[in-house]
Structure formats: C-alpha cells, structure tokens
Design a protein around this ligand. Structure first.
Ligand code: BES
Ligand code: ZN
Ligand code: ZN
Length: 503
C-alpha cells in the first residue's frame, strides 16, 4: 500500500472511494455544507450517526467530485486515537470487500481533532495509516495459485494507493505521521504473516531466515545459533523443549545499533514456539491448530526491531528469540524430568506444556549476562490463564520496576495495544517450589499467569528493570471472538512506543 499525503482540493481527488470522516459533533456542525458541495443528498444524515467505525458508501452528483464513490466515515466522539484507528480499520476493510484499490480520505478536520484529542496531527495520521493496514490485511499466501510464486510475483488484492488529503497547515506533520504509520503497519503485517503460517511452513530456521532477510534489508546485525552452538552453550531449557522434535532449534539474536552515541541498551526477548502440541503433556485436540501462533512473541520482537531500525530510533536494541516447536516424539522430555537451564538453575518439568518459560529462561539469562541491558522485556504467549483473566483484547504485564511498568502501561494506551499490570508478590513462590529441583515449571491450580511470571523472575539474575508481557489473548483471535481472526501482530506497536519512551 502506497500512502501519499496531498493538499489537492477535495473535488478533484481522483479515487475509487473518498472517505469523509466526521465526529459526532462535526457532523452537526458542518456535514450539511460539505455534503452539499459534493452534491450528496442530505437525507443520508438521517441514517448516519458517526459512530466510531461506521461507514456508509454513497454516490454523489457527477461533475461535483472526481471520486467514483463517497464514504461517510464515523469517528465517534473523536476524542481518542483509538477512534481514528477504528475508523480507518472499517474504511480499509470496506474498501477491500468492495475490491477498490485506489482510495482517499479527506482529513481536513485533522488539526481540529488534534486539539480535541490532545494528540499531535502526526499521531492521528500514524493511527489512521496503521488502521488501514489492519483493516486491509488478508492472509492468503497459502491459497493455491500463490503457493509457488515468488513474493514479488503475487498480485494480491487490496488497497494499492491511499491518498491522505489535508490542509496546508497540517501537511508536514501528516507526512511525518504517515511515514511512521507505514513502517509500523508493514512491520505488523510481517508479524501477522509469520504468526499465521502453520508448522508445516514455519519452523525455527524459518524465523531465523525471516530475521536475516529483515536485518540485511534494514541494516542491523542478525546472528543465529544452530543446534550445535546451543548444545555448546548448554542452553538446557531450549534443548529440553526441542527433544521431541524432528526439527532443530534456533537461537536468534538481532542487534540494532543506531548511528552516533547511544547509552541505553534495551533487550527484547520473544517466545518462538512454532507449534505447541503440549509435548507429552499433550493438549486437547480441539483448536490445537491455533498453537501455530505460539511464536507471536518472536514475531513482535522481530517486527519491533525492524520498525526501530527503519525509524532510526536512538536506542541500542538486542532482540533474543529462542525458537523450536514443542512435540511429543519418542525422545521428548517427560513430566517429572529434571533439566539444567543455561543459568545452572535446575527445573523439575511438572508439565511439558509449560515449555515457553523453559526457553525464555535461557534467553533471559543469556541476554543479561552477554549484553548487560539497562532494560529487559520479554513478550510471550505464555499462559491460557491470562486469557481467562484479561480476555482477548488485553495483555498481562508484570514488572519489578514501577517506572518501567508505568511506561509500558502508557505505551499501551497510546498504541491501542493495552496491557494491565498484575502482581509479582513473593507469596506466589510457594506454588512453584520443587522437592527435587530448584524450581518447578508449573504452579498448580490458581494464578497460572502469575506463577509463570514468578518462574521467569528466577532467571533474571537480580536485574532491576525487567518486564514480562503475556500476549496469549491478544496475539491471535479465534474465529468466534470477532470478525477478524488469526494473528494480530500485537506487540509491534506497543514495543515501538515503549522504545520511544526509553530512548
Ligand atoms: N502456549 C501455551 C499458552 C497459550 C494458551 C497461548 C492458549 C495461547 C492460547 C503455553 O505453552 C501453555 O500451554 N501453558 C499452559 C501452562 C500450564 C501447563 C501450567 C497453560 O496455560 O495451560
Ligand atoms: Zn504449552
Ligand atoms: Zn506454549
């Protein structure tokens, strides 16, 4: 999708569909005048309420505008960035449904909305473009006819060009915002594509390849440890989870260092389980296919590092991705096994389905030991219990640092990828005590999300600035939960916002 900011006058904007966004107040104030100028019958205002995301497509009087169709687009009260994002999602989704490739939006109102939302013009423009990427996303690369073609040869339907029209006063800020929205939107798309690929098409080495391609293209270093390196390093958590698989594990390191002097080093750790069968503690078969999304944390780390590199954020970022599938092969680890992690800490594997924490344990210890980051954040589809607690829209947040927790919470509010903090009180340690090893990887009934976080905390070697984000809910939407299903790319926009705050 090519997005162009233009000052061209509304009537001469050429497009298949031109959207006119209105907030509920704006609708009362100037809709009649704007519709009249385009030759649109005022009676439509009996039906259109400008609810956030509402779209009505209609035809104006030819000769009064160059667009083929006009869409009235609701911004709701227009008081938050979320309203802009929501409107853009609906507009793009409708455009794709109608197979319209060249669309436009008249954002003459953007400066007024910047005032009423307390946000900058650039932020609103970013949100709109991000929303257009979300609404127009389709995962169709595995449909026949597309399978064997090179990426560049596949002509997928969707929005080809979006014209973003603003008044002269908002032009520069809009260009800035559109550029950022384009980067974040396309990195979210990359993350969604990876999440949606099933185990038959995405193994640990494929995540490594995707990382290498991205690093090559956007100028950051990527190092991949293969099985032999992982054995030499004695990453016992990652090796234990990989034991039942035919596919080798990978440990992927992304290193983005901006030009000039930077002092802050941020490590991002993403769970990369390409398919989680549960291992010997096999999951129930219903919906097990959704566990192809168990590498969503890895996808959001890759998306966020690529976005940071493309935006040139002034912060040194290390991405760490332990990757494997979790399978119940004959050589698989067994419940009751005791393993030694990279840190030397021994773990009783109470349940082989609690595999994410085993691979993250190694990555957290390695990342801290090797890179001594100022901040370390892990992101993972870690527990079903987190979905029970917070549902499919919100991620769980844990941190041993109140300032970092507040920054991540605010980044969630800003990006629309919301997080809610939960406690790390020591009383939960009781649940993960083991009789035979240093710690157990399961905490029994109750507080499953918290005991998982308490487990991870044992592997940060006393680091004072750590956060854990559990994205089991918002990373992948099952068919029943809403209109769009599949990978969401949750975490890319959130982490970019966090990185901006930490820079
Ligand atoms: N990958 C799952 C968590 C998950 C569940 C993510 C549903 C997305 C949707 C994780 O590896 C897992 O299986 N966790 C277990 C932990 C339990 C065995 C202690 C869980 O949540 O049931
Ligand atoms: Zn599992
Ligand atoms: Zn898992």
């Amino acid at each position: 999708m090519k997005v162009t900011v233009t000052k061209c006058d509304i009537a001469s904007l050429e497009s298949d569909l031109l959207a006119l966004p209105f907030s509920s107040d704006g609708l009362k104030e100037d809709a009649a005048k704007r519709l009249a100028a385009l030759g649109i019958n005022q009676q439509v205002l009996n039906d259109f309420k400008a609810d956030a995301g509402e779209v009505i497509v209609l035809y104006g009087e030819s000769g009064k505008h160059s667009a083929q169709r006009i869409a009235l687009l609701g911004l709701g009260e227009g008081k938050s960035v979320d309203d802009w994002r929501k409107a853009a999602v609906s507009f793009a989704a409708r455009s794709v449904e109608m197979k319209l490739e060249n669309v436009a939006v008249d954002c003459s109102c953007i400066e007024a909305h910047a005032v009423s939302t307390g946000q900058s013009v650039a932020t609103l423009a970013t949100a709109f473009v991000e929303g257009c990427y979300t609404g127009s996303y389709r995962f169709d690369s595995l449909k026949s006819g597309k399978l064997d073609k090179k990426k560049s040869d596949v002509k997928s339907k969707g929005i080809v060009e979006l014209l973003f029209r603003v008044d002269s006063g908002a032009f520069e800020e809009s260009e800035k915002g559109v550029a950022e929205g384009t980067v974040i939107g396309s990195c979210q798309k990359m993350a969604k594509d990876l999440v949606n690929l099933p185990g038959s098409h995405l193994q640990a080495v494929d995540i490594a390849k995707a990382a290498e391609e991205s690093g090559e293209k956007y100028g950051y270093d990527v190092t991949v440890f293969h099985k032999k390196d992982i054995v030499d390093l004695a990453m016992g958590g990652l090796l234990a989870v990989n034991k039942g698989s035919h596919h080798p594990p990978a440990f992927i390191i992304l290193d983005y260092k901006p030009k000039g002097k930077v002092t802050t080093v941020v490590a991002l750790v993403g769970k990369g389980v390409t398919f989680d069968s549960g291992g010997i503690s096999l999951k129930p078969s219903e919906n097990m296919g959704e566990m192809k999304s168990d590498m969503s944390g890895a996808a959001s780390v890759l998306g966020a590092v690529e976005a940071a590199a493309r935006l040139g954020l002034p912060v040194h970022i290390i991405g760490l991705i332990p990757a494997t599938d979790n399978m119940p092969g004959a050589t698989a680890q067994q419940p009751g096994d005791v393993i030694t992690t990279y840190s030397g800490i021994t773990v009783e594997v109470g349940n082989t389905d609690a595999e994410g924490r085993l691979i993250l344990a190694d990555a957290l210890t390695y990342g801290i030991e090797k890179y001594k980051p100022d901040v370390i954040i892990d992101i993972a589809t870690l527990t079903g219990a987190c979905i029970v607690a917070l549902g499919y829209a919100v991620a769980g947040l844990f941190s041993n640092n109140d300032k970092l927790a507040e920054e991540i919470f605010q980044a969630g509010q800003q990006s629309g990828e919301k997080v809610w903090r939960m406690p790390l009180w020591d009383l939960y340690d009781e649940q993960i005590k083991s009789d035979v090893a240093d710690v157990n990887n399961t905490g029994g009934r109750g507080a499953g999300t918290i005991t998982a976080a308490k487990f991870l905390e044992k592997f940060i070697d006393g680091h004072k600035n750590w956060a854990h984000i559990d994205i089991a809910g918002p990373s992948f939407l099952p068919k029943s939960a809403g209109k769009v299903s599949g990978g969401t790319g949750f975490g890319v926009s959130l982490l970019v916002e966090v990185l901006k705050k930490l820079a």
